[in-house]
Design a protein around this ligand. Structure first.
Ligand code: 8YV
Length: 332
C-alpha cells in the first residue's frame, strides 16, 4: 500500500480547504486552534512531510532537524518572520507564503485604520455608547483631514502600493515614501510619489503608515527618536508587524500628545497588548485582522494548500519564498 504524505495543519482553517487537503494527505489537525507549545510542535512535526502554519508557529533549524521527512512549510500569511528562511533553504525544505491574494483587502484595512484614527471613529463611538453625548459642539472629536493631506508610506511593496493608489486616486493625497528600493520612475510619476529619506518621511507625513516586513533590521524602526520627528498633528498606523514599532515609546508619545493618534493592528508580543496603549483614548486597536475578509482568508488558505499539494503531490510550490532550493527527497 502506498502511504500518503502526512501533513500537520497547525491551526484551524476553512473546512473546504481542509477537505481539499484530505483528498491528498493524511492530515493531523490542531484540535482546539490553540497555538501548539514549541515542544509539542516539534513532536507533532517529527513524522510529517508538510505543515500548514500561520504566524504563530516558529520554524527554525531546531524544528527542521527534528523533522527529517519535512519537505514544505506553507505559511498562511504573506509575512514569514516566523520562518528562519535560510535554515529552511539549507535543510532543503520549501518555505512558502501567500502573497498577492491579500494585497487589496489589507490595503483596504490600512486605509480604514488611517480614517478611523484621524477621524477618531472608535474614540467617539465609545463616548456615544457610554451615554456622554448630550449636545452637538463645533469642536467635538475634531481631527486632521485625510483628503489632500500628505500620506507617508514606509515600505512600498505590493500592499504599500495598493495603499498609495487609494490615497492618491481616492483621497487626493500627496505621497511620500521610503523603501529599500525606489519605484520605477513612471510608477512614481503616475502616483506623484516622492522618494524621501526616513527623517523627511517622519517630518513631513500627516498620516504615516507602516507596511514593511519585520526583521532584525526593521525591529523598532519607529521608536522615541523617530516619533519625536513627527508632527504633533500626525497619525501613525501599523499594519505590518509587531516589533516594528516600540509600543512602549509609542504609548508615551500618544500620552504626551507628541503625535495626535495611532491605529494599530499588530503588537509586540501579541495577542498581548501593552497596557499603556489599552489605557489611551487616542489609539485605535484591532486584533491583527487586516487580511480578514471572508474571501481573502479563504484565498490565503487555498494558496497555502496549493503549495502543499504542489510540493508533496505535484510539480512544485506556487509561491515559494526562495525560488531556488535543492529540495529534500522524501525518505523511501
Ligand atoms: C495573517 C498577516 O492573518 O499575511 C500576513 O502576513 O499578517 C495576516 O494576513 C497572519 O499573519 C496569520 O498568519
Amino acid at each position: 500500500m502506498i502511504h500518503r504524505p502526512r501533513v500537520l495543519v497547525a491551526r484551524r482553517i476553512p473546512t473546504h480547504t481542509l477537505e481539499r487537503l484530505a483528498q491528498h494527505f493524511e492530515l493531523e489537525v490542531n484540535p482546539d486552534d490553540q497555538p501548539f507549545p514549541r515542544d509539542e510542535l516539534i513532536r507533532r512535526l517529527a513524522d510529517k512531510h508538510g505543515a500548514l502554519t500561520t504566524g504563530s508557529e516558529r520554524i527554525d533549524a531546531e524544528v527542521l532537524a527534528a523533522a527529517p521527512g519535512l519537505r514544505i512549510v506553507a505559511n498562511m500569511a504573506v509575512g514569514f518572520n516566523n520562518f528562519d528562511v535560510p535554515a529552511c533553504t539549507a535543510a532543503g525544505v520549501w518555505a512558502t507564503n501567500t502573497p498577492d491574494v491579500l494585497t487589496e483587502t489589507t490595503a483596504d484595512f490600512g486605509f480604514a485604520l488611517i480614517l478611523a484614527t484621524a477621524r477618531r471613529i472608535t474614540e467617539s463611538e465609545h463616548f456615544l455608547r457610554a451615554g456622554h453625548w448630550n449636545r452637538w459642539s463645533w469642536d467635538m472629536f475634531t481631527g486632521p483631514d485625510v483628503h489632500g493631506a500628505t500620506l507617508g508610506i514606509l515600505g512600498m511593496g505590493r500592499i504599500g502600493q495598493a495603499i498609495a493608489r487609494r490615497g492618491v486616486h481616492g483621497f487626493g493625497m500627496k505621497l511620500i515614501y521610503r523603501n529599500r528600493s525606489r519605484l520605477p520612475l513612471e510608477q512614481e510619476a503616475a502616483l506623484g510619489a516622492r522618494f524621501v529619506d526616513k527623517d523627511t518621511l517622519l517630518r513631513e507625513a500627516d498620516h504615516l503608515i507602516l507596511v514593511l516586513p519585520y526583521s532584525s533590521e526593521s525591529h523598532h524602526s519607529i521608536g522615541a527618536a523617530e516619533l519625536a520627528l513627527m508632527k504633533p498633528t500626525a497619525t501613525l498606523v501599523n499594519i505590518a508587524r509587531g516589533g516594528i514599532v516600540d509600543d512602549a515609546a509609542l504609548a508615551v508619545a500618544l500620552r504626551e500628545r507628541r503625535i495626535a493618534a495611532a491605529g494599530l493592528d499588530v503588537f509586540e508580543g501579541e495577542p498581548k497588548v501593552h497596557p499603556d496603549l489599552l489605557a489611551l483614548p487616542n489609539v485605535v486597536l484591532t486584533p491583527h485582522i487586516a487580511s480578514a475578509s471572508v474571501a481573502t482568508r479563504h484565498a490565503m488558505a487555498d494558496l497555502a494548500a496549493d503549495n502543499l499539494i504542489g510540493v508533496l503531490a505535484g510539480s512544485g510550490p506556487k509561491t515559494p519564498i526562495v525560488a531556488d532550493i535543492s529540495p529534500r527527497m522524501r525518505p523511501a
